[in-house]
Design a protein around this ligand. Structure first.
Ligand code: FAD
Length: 322
């Protein structure tokens, strides 16, 4: 089995949750194999990231270079091509950056690419067996990928449980001198932070999240009344923002906000991976949907088959009476 590498994404000196999910993925590929983390960036903040992930990885390769200061996937791709062995198995989070990085990397390494993997079933000879989803999560597909010439595997954030065993105690190796030529054609311009609206949904412990099932702008009030009764905040899926029923700062998802509530109540939301990708920290998920086959029910701790236009006002009334 070739060495397994994990590319670590981080922000403000803190590794994303996916860093520990990639450890789980690596162990599902080969429980005994050393797993090597790659941390890139510029300046002091990557030291804290490298030190933090060292508890979970056998080795941590740190690359500190000014060209790696910003999230430019083309530069990172060039670095990885410079330093990785041809048959490497590379694990990457299937977030916006990973979707940019992974496919081109596999082409440059001439290895197999598998996108948006939600589970790993193991390895049989040269075949890696993974699970993906089709049709917005309605169908799971079992896929085999030939990894004899290496592979780049993009894993859906949040799909695998994080490995919190911290059992590796790996050494951090400063490999900054090995970055090689990082000249690329794509130029990083600026980071545009998401706007923070009248409420900050990322700070709320309880979110009442509405999706297309709310049907009409005036029905948002039903969710707001429930949120008021529960001391919660209203968030939403992207179609609600596209319809301009709520502001963009309330959108949960890969192109919206990343939230970490304790309780997430999904009301009339189907459970697309772009939406669920914005929910971190394994909250208690309550899903209310009138379609019993909605994918959200597969991710929910409690599923309620109901019409939200009837159920939410009844719940609000019951809470207010209690
Ligand atoms: P639908 O998928 O239409 O689901 C509506 C659900 O409501 C259905 O399950 C239906 O059964 C149920 N329903 C209908 N009426 C009722 C009722 N009266 N009572 C109860 N249930 C009812 N989406 C995001 O949310 N966040 C993102 O950040 C995001 N980023 C994206 C980025 C990209 C690049 C792309 C391509 C898409 C992105 N999307 C995002 C869109 C995403 O793919 C889905 O289209 C979206 O999440 C679906 O929203 P929904 O669940 O509200 O709507």
């Amino acid at each position: 089995m070739a060495d397994i590498y994990a590319y670590i994404t981080h922000k403000d000196g803190v590794a994303e949750d996916s860093a520990l999910e990639l450890v789980t993925a690596a162990k599902k590929i080969d429980a005994g194999a050393p797993v090597i983390a790659i941390v890139t960036g510029s300046g002091g903040e990557i030291n804290s990231v490298a030190d933090a992930v060292a508890a979970s990885y056998s080795r941590v390769l740190k690359f500190d270079h000014e060209a790696l200061a910003y999230p430019n996937a083309e530069v990172v791709r060039k670095l990885l091509v410079n330093i990785l062995p041809a048959d490497a198995i590379v694990l990457i989070a299937n977030d916006t950056f990973g979707m940019d990085l992974g496919p081109g990397l596999s082409i440059k390494l001439d290895s197999t690419f598998v996108a948006d993997v939600v589970d790993i079933e193991g390895v049989d000879g040269n075949l890696l067996k993974v699970v993906r989803q089709e049709y917005s999560g309605m169908v799971s597909t079992h896929v085999t990928a030939d990894i004899s010439s290496g592979a780049v595997v993009n894993l859906r954030p949040g799909a695998l449980a994080p490995d919190e065993s911290q059992s590796a105690a790996g050494a951090v190796e400063d490999r900054s001198a090995d970055v090689g030529d990082l000249t690329v054609k794509r130029t990083f311009l600026e980071v545009v932070e998401a706007e923070v609206g009248d409420v900050d949904i990322t700070k709320s412990d309880v979110l009442i999240s509405v999706g297309r099932g709310i049907e009409d702008e005036e029905n948002i009030e039903i969710a707001q009344e429930l949120a008021d009764a529960m001391g919660a905040v209203v968030s939403c899926s992207r179609p609600i923002v596209d319809a301009k029923w709520l502001e963009k700062s309330r959108q949960v998802g890969t192109s919206g906000q990343t939230v970490k509530p304790k309780v997430y109540m999904a009301c009339g939301i189907s459970g697309s991976f772009q939406h669920m990708g914005g929910i971190k920290g394994a909250p208690f998920i309550v899903a209310i949907n009138k379609n019993v086959k909605a994918p959200i029910f597969q991710m929910a701790d409690v599923g309620i088959e109901a019409d939200i236009l009837e159920f939410l006002p009844e719940l609000t009334e019951a809470i207010n009476k209690s």
